[in-house]
Design a protein around this ligand. Sequence first.
Ligand SMILES: *Cc1c(COP(=O)(O)O)cnc(C)c1O
Length: 484
Amino acid sequence: MYYKGKPKYELTPKTSDWMHELFNNLAVVRGLVERYGSPINIHHLPSFNQNSESYKQVFESYGLKYRIFYARKANKSKGLVKQAFASGIGVDTASFKELEQCLALGGNSENLVLTAAIKTELQIELAITSGVPIILDNEDECVLTQSVAIRIGKKAIVGFRISGFEVEEEKLYSRFGFDVEDVIDFVSSYVGEHKTFDMLEVMGIHFHLDSYSTHQRSVSLIASIHIVSTLKEKGYPVSFIDIGGGILMNYLEEEKEWIVFNDNLKKAVVKQDNDITFNDNGLGFRLEEGKLRGKLNTYPYYNKINKGSFIREVLDFMDNDSGLTVASLLSKNKIELRIEPGRSLLDQVGMTVAKVIHRKKDAKGQWLVGLEMNMSQMMSSSADFLLDPFMLYNSEVEENEEVDVFFTGAYCLERDVLLKRKITLPRLPDIGEYVAFVNTAGYMMHFFETEAHLFELSTNLIFTGSNEKLSFFQFIDDKKITLE
Ligand SMILES: *Cc1c(COP(=O)(O)O)cnc(C)c1O
């Protein structure tokens, strides 16, 4: 028997058939948690493939040259890397180990890119040896890449990361990349034959914006097209523009729920009768001198424009100077468009299941349900993960046993409360029952996971899906994933 938790203001998550199938097979869930420990992270590969296909279809409908690189930092599982290659897309790597593992799992110079924020000599050497493009961020990296390339006697394929685009008379700040105003000068002065950096082969331009604005991406893309044209005129074989990730995804079934929740959270903070969150957490909002300040400090969980339609909005933008759309400008200039989605490729891919260990009432009379799991195992930069959880009960629920609970975690911190919202359940969970948090594959599982108290890291399970009856054996420990 499974039920969605129903807080006062519901945020009903989008779910997939595979999740419900699992909820309906409690024996399989129990087998997995008992075998692998709590919590477990389950990854459904067909959903990942579906997301890849949907991006491909968008680019193909425009007739664009393109490549898609899955930003691995959003989830560390090897099974997803293998699936990316099987789905015909590449992987964006950001560390030595990410790159090394991807190479071992079938990656190569065509389907990998190195975008690490800090690039060590070892990373650069591995990338050059294997012919993987390196996205350069600054002059020191150029110096290091040049010297490694000389030492091993092989040119480095590089792209230049740029930032500081001007959008609506405002310069978009980023700590990453070369300034958009300087990059042409820099490349033409120092890169190429008989120049300082003669071992760097410039193949592309790269940017990644911190915001989720399609307009900023369109404007930045147009500026990048001009840069590519200029560099091509100067004889550089620049062929691609990589616009990074940050493509929105949608977590919620209904826009209305999102609006109602936001309105009521604000009202509760203003009226100071916050009955929605743990210890009146404003999730970014606060009251100062009677005025509402701050903003919701979470991911924007509802997005009407997301994934494919987000890309379409970027590409359909009209460039007033040329009278052409961004897509047409790319085609006309024969530029390959690259993207590096992380989160959005993981939409509907993952789920985290944890076991109930205890129930208690705190001094305020609130029910706390202690889970064998800690806050770092479902954490992002958001103030809260705003999706209603699912409760997997062992037995039918009688009526009129509704109870409000908070789920608490294993770290000895007051703030280890897994969801900040108060959740209403049909009845108090029993010890040994399970709670499922859906759509956690993007950033929630691994990005901030720590081993405080020497807790084991959670086990990642790879589920290939199946038409047969669901069984324990269809779930493979990610540690066991190899090339074969
Ligand atoms: C984080 C990052 C991505 C992925 O971003 P998402 O929001 O997960 O799509 C892609 N490229 C670069 C350079 C990044 O830093």
